[in-house]
Design a protein around this ligand. Structure first.
Ligand SMILES: [Zn+2]
Length: 88
């Protein structure tokens, strides 16, 4: 049987259809919201406001970017508060 390397591009999707996706966390947006990417077919998911997983559409990317900014600015403020007492 001949092997055709060019066809290997089709295997990830087939693999996911057979065995299901293999999602890995690619971004921690907030404590509760994460972005996931399937290591086989690169399909992206995110946590929505109900805590369920949903496809990472451009709309959700936008929402996550805003959430991330809020989350980071909160953490920064907390860190600053933590550091401040040692300055006096
Ligand atoms: Zn997949």
């Amino acid at each position: 049987m001949k092997t055709t390397p060019n066809k290997s591009a089709f295997i990830p999707k087939m693999y996911c259809n057979l065995f299901g996706h293999n999602f890995k966390v690619t971004k921690q947006v907030t404590y509760h919201v994460k972005e996931y990417t399937c290591s086989h077919c690169k399909k992206q998911l995110t946590t929505n406001s109900n805590g369920n997983l949903t496809e990472l559409t451009p709309k959700f990317k936008e929402i996550n970017a805003i959430l991330e900014r809020i989350h980071h600015s909160r953490m920064e403020r907390r860190q600053r508060q933590h550091i401040a007492p040692s300055l006096y």
